[in-house]
Design a protein around this ligand. Structure first.
Ligand code: PLP
Length: 448
């Protein structure tokens, strides 16, 4: 007797993350089968420019055999091992050292997990553990910003400043959301950029005083918001808020899941925006998307406190079975070598001006409210009325329409409400940048 039920069809068993499950039942998913450079191909053989590097991560494209070779070599040497109970794969220890060496501010140690969300959870647990061990168990609240994205685990979702978080009934209790530092959208009529910044700094100070500094475990911030819509902070933001946090002894965590490893044009978003974090979260580009991995880097001062705290608890009670996976670490070491020593970051510096100039040329379009970005990331914000910045009605789904039309033309870009987002692979050539934006132009002509 055959006990294995035949699947009704090839894709119906797949439950899709972040997708409209209703329309997928009717239309079915796009099934991708191959990658080549900046392109992916679907099962019909149609080729698409991956204008988002997958999910911001495949910065070396979809066919880098050096990463496949690094994985294969590690699979033959030590294909699986953990880092629990005082053991560590040699490759993973090497990656930790390499990351400490290239960190944007002095860092002492690295903890590895499998995803950006897990890294965010890890940081929160570290902060809470320290608070408890140091006799301040009430230090549990976290500061985040509206528009921020920090992941999809319970804590990652709670830290995320988007409306759907409420739909889960997850805390805002314990997570306090500050104003999104987006001058174009959040600045008030007649308010200068400097005045807007002053308002944000005053809000932070007042929030800390209102809540009580001694109830706040830390603040988490992306140097530039990514999944919130590619939102660079108002000029001078981190230089202005960091003294406030320091004065109140509130640690700052930089979530560099998107901005780490070159995306903003510097190796770290913290360098681009003058962030001086106590902890750094990295993921995505760390393996160029070829393996699930994330890292939490901790400063020396933090590391000393964590070591003292774990003595209190007997051990550091946290870890993931496949965190620090040796194959992921071998890939990450190769990615860093390719980025830093094989000319990719130099190539990136060469193409960023062309990318930014083509992106910003859309600012002249009568329905593009803002064309913004930094490095090799950008967004076009579509408005129904430019002078008032009034958005299209949400049921018009303007971002979705543009992304779908671009997809038909062979370009994958991400819709986000009224905007579309670009974050192509670092290996893109100037002529591929032109091809991508020519498709965008034709798409806007079609849709708007
Ligand atoms: N933090 C930031 C800034 C992100 O952009 C993301 C994902 O896009 C995450 C955290 C969550 O990462 P993951 O999807 O790997 O859990």
């Amino acid at each position: 007797m055959n006990l294995i039920a035949p699947a009704p069809d090839r894709t119906s068993a797949f439950l899709h993350p972040f997708s409209d499950l209703g329309s997928l039942q009717q239309d079915g998913p796009s099934v991708m089968t191959e990658g080549d450079g900046i392109y992916v191909r679907d099962e019909s053989g149609k080729r698409y420019i991956e204008g988002n590097s997958g999910l911001w991560n495949a910065v070396l494209g979809f066919s880098d055999s050096r990463l496949a070779d690094a994985a294969s070599e590690q699979y033959r040497r030590l294909p699986a091992y953990h880092a629990f109970f005082g053991r560590v794969p040699e490759t993973s220890a090497r990656l930790a050292r390499r990351l400490v060496d290239i960190a944007p501010v002095p860092m002492a140690r690295v903890f590895f997990a499998n995803s950006g969300s897990e890294a965010n959870d890890t940081v929160v647990k570290m902060l809470w553990m320290l608070a408890r061990a140091e006799g301040r168990p009430q230090r549990r609240k976290l500061l985040s910003r509206r528009g921020a994205y920090h992941g999809t685990t319970v804590m990652g979702t709670s830290l995320t400043g988007k409306d759907y978080v409420r739909a889960f009934g997850l805390p805002p209790e314990g997570v306090i959301f500050l104003t999104c530092p987006h001058y174009w959208r959040e600045g008030r009529a007649g308010e200068s950029e400097a005045d807007f910044l002053d308002r944000l700094v005053a809000e932070l100070e007042q929030t800390i005083v209102r809540e009580g500094a001694d109830t706040i475990a830390g603040m988490i911030a992306e140097p530039i918001m990514g999944a919130g819509g590619v939102i660079p902070p108002v000029a001078g933001y981190f230089a202005a808020i960091q003294p406030v946090l320091r004065r109140h002894h509130i640690p700052l965590v930089a979530d560099e899941v998107i901005s780490g490893f070159g995306r903003t044009g510097s190796l770290w978003g913290s360098q681009t925006y003058g962030v001086e974090p106590d902890l750094i979260i990295a993921s995505k580009c760390i393996t160029a998307g070829y393996f699930p991995m994330s890292a939490v880097m901790v400063s020396a001062e933090f590391d000393d406190r964590l070591t003292a705290a774990s003595q209190e608890f007997g051990e550091f009670p946290h870890g993931f079975t496949t965190g620090a996976h040796p194959v992921g670490c071998a890939i990450a070491l190769t990615v860093l070598d390719i980025l830093l020593n094989r000319g990719v970051l130099d190539h990136l510096a060469g193409i960023i001006p062309a990318f930014q100039s083509r992106l910003r040329s859309f600012a002249g379009h009568p329905l593009i409210g803002e064309a913004r970005g930094v490095g090799l990331m950008g967004a076009l914000d579509v408005v129904a009325d430019k002078p008032t910045k009034a958005p299209f009605p949400s049921d018009f789904e303007v971002g979705e329409r543009i992304a779908k039309a671009a997809f038909r033309r062979g370009l994958i870009i991400r819709p986000l409400g009224n905007s579309v987002i670009f974050a192509p692979p670092f290996i893109m050539t100037r002529s591929e940048i032109d091809t991508m934006f020519d498709i965008v132009q034709a798409t806007l002509d079609e849709v708007l």
